[in-house]
Design a protein around this ligand. Structure first.
Ligand SMILES: NC(=O)c1ccc[n+]([C@@H]2O[C@H](COP(=O)([O-])OP(=O)(O)OC[C@H]3O[C@@H](n4cnc5c(N)ncnc54)[C@H](O)[C@@H]3O)[C@@H](O)[C@H]2O)c1
Length: 382
């Protein structure tokens, strides 16, 4: 018989044990130029460092990325002995489900990876979320490396700890906090992304700008159209750097979301319900933009935000090419969205409301009626 071990007395004559452990996290987000140039060893080295035993890896590539970049990606993977047969996954928000997770997990099983051997995910936010869920579940946790290929992926889905898939009409209902080993950010992959998806990604950049970085907001206001036209080639580095830095500063000390007051939830209050109800019409960032516009009006109506700042925010959203209103934004959706977000945030609204460009506060007392009035005003503000 050993010593007392972890045994404690839980009171009222209830003996038992208390287990306490911490979950530290460390991962790298690395800016890489031309990640699939065979001479660039960043991906091969990251993969080898994560698991030095064998170089063969299970790789999942977004089907559109494979169509546009497949030849280079395959040449790279082959050259570095990573794989000669990546899994090609067709993606769409409607396919971000547990069924797709199961299909990828089956393919991982058929390929046969060792425990602790990282999976490599190459694609946009949908693919990264699906593979992230697979990695979080496979053998109760398998490492993975992210190579985001969309703007949403580069500034948001690729850099945080969260993974998730939709279930029924619930956005990201299933998922885990499962940070990657590393995320390799290569903006040259944006060269083939269409304009709508670039603008969609700018919504997440504007989110960060509005809650913490007025200079970033001014950069988008000034250069947004040119950045999209130029596919972030020339002036994109600074905007991406600021957006990722701002995002990671918000996430880093609350990676497991023990605190539910999160400024990065700006734009993500009623948008999950809106996005799912409007599928496939609205992209993620478009729904986020409508949500940001709505709560901008709420903030102005409360006197938290100057009317001039409200108008400037709405003008920049519009000028970027993002929607600021939607026909589904009626009382029923607003009620459902507010209730869902309140449940999601532990029974309190914790709604980030802008107090200026680059600052925000949290509110807990926004009513459905107030939202309906703001939505009506938003529809009328042209
Ligand atoms: N986990 C997180 O923290 C997090 C954060 C933000 C967003 N997300 C999720 O990300 C998803 C949206 O991501 P998204 O906007 O990247 O969408 P997406 O993954 O659907 O990609 C958009 C489209 O672009 C294509 N594509 C990808 N890379 C391309 C490239 N380089 N060139 C041309 N086409 C390319 C894709 O095939 C797809 O058709 C949503 O499901 C959202 O919930 C997750």
């Amino acid at each position: 018989m050993g010593g007392r071990g972890l045994r404690v007395n839980h009171g009222r004559g209830l003996p038992g044990w208390t287990i306490s452990a911490e979950a530290p996290a460390r991962y790298d987000v690395v800016v890489v130029e031309d990640v699939f140039d065979p001479a660039n060893t960043a991906l091969a080295d990251t993969s080898a460092a994560a698991y030095p035993v064998t170089s063969r890896r299970f790789v999942v590539v977004d089907a559109n990325v494979d169509r546009l970049h497949g030849r280079r990606i395959r040449a790279y993977l082959d050259h570095h002995g990573i794989t000669d047969d990546p899994m090609v996954l067709p993606v769409a928000e409607e396919r971000k489900t547990m069924a797709t997770v199961a299909a990828v997990a089956d393919a991982v099983g058929a390929f046969g990876i060792d425990r602790h051997q990282p999976i490599i995910a190459i694609g946009g936010g949908v693919l990264l979320d699906v593979v992230g869920v697979v990695a979080s579940l496979y053998r109760r946790g398998t490492p993975y490396i992210r190579v985001p290929t969309t703007l949403v992926g580069l500034v948001d889905a690729g850099v945080g700890a969260k993974t998730g898939v939709n279930h029924g009409d619930h956005k990201n209902l299933f998922g885990a906090y499962h940070p990657p080993v590393a995320a390799l950010l290569d903006r040259t992959l944006l060269a083939t992304l269409d304009e709508r998806h670039l603008v969609n990604g700018l919504a997440e950049v504007l989110k960060i700008a509005l809650v913490r970085d007025a200079e970033l907001f001014e950069l988008i206001a000034r250069d947004g159209a040119e950045l999209v036209r130029d596919r972030f080639r020339t002036g994109g580095a600074e905007v991406l750097d600021r957006a990722v830095d701002g995002m990671l500063c918000e996430l880093a000390d609350n990676l497991w979301e023990h605190r539910l007051d999160r400024l990065v939830d700006f734009g993500h209050s009623i948008s999950p319900v809106l996005e799912m109800k409007a599928l496939p019409e609205l992209l993620h960032g478009e729904a986020v933009a409508v949500d940001m516009a709505l709560f901008t009006v709420v903030a102005a109506r409360r006197g938290l935000l100057e009317p001039a700042d409200r108008d400037r925010i709405l003008d920049v959203l519009r000028a970027t090419g993002l929607p600021v209103s939607h026909e589904l934004l009626g009382p029923a959706l607003l009620r459902e969205g507010l209730a869902a977000t309140t449940r999601h945030r532990g029974g309190r609204q914790r709604l980030p409301l802008p107090t200026g460009i680059g600052s925000a506060v949290f509110c807990d007392d926004v009513t459905e009626g107030e939202l309906a009035v703001a939505a009506k005003e938003l529809g009328e503000l042209r």
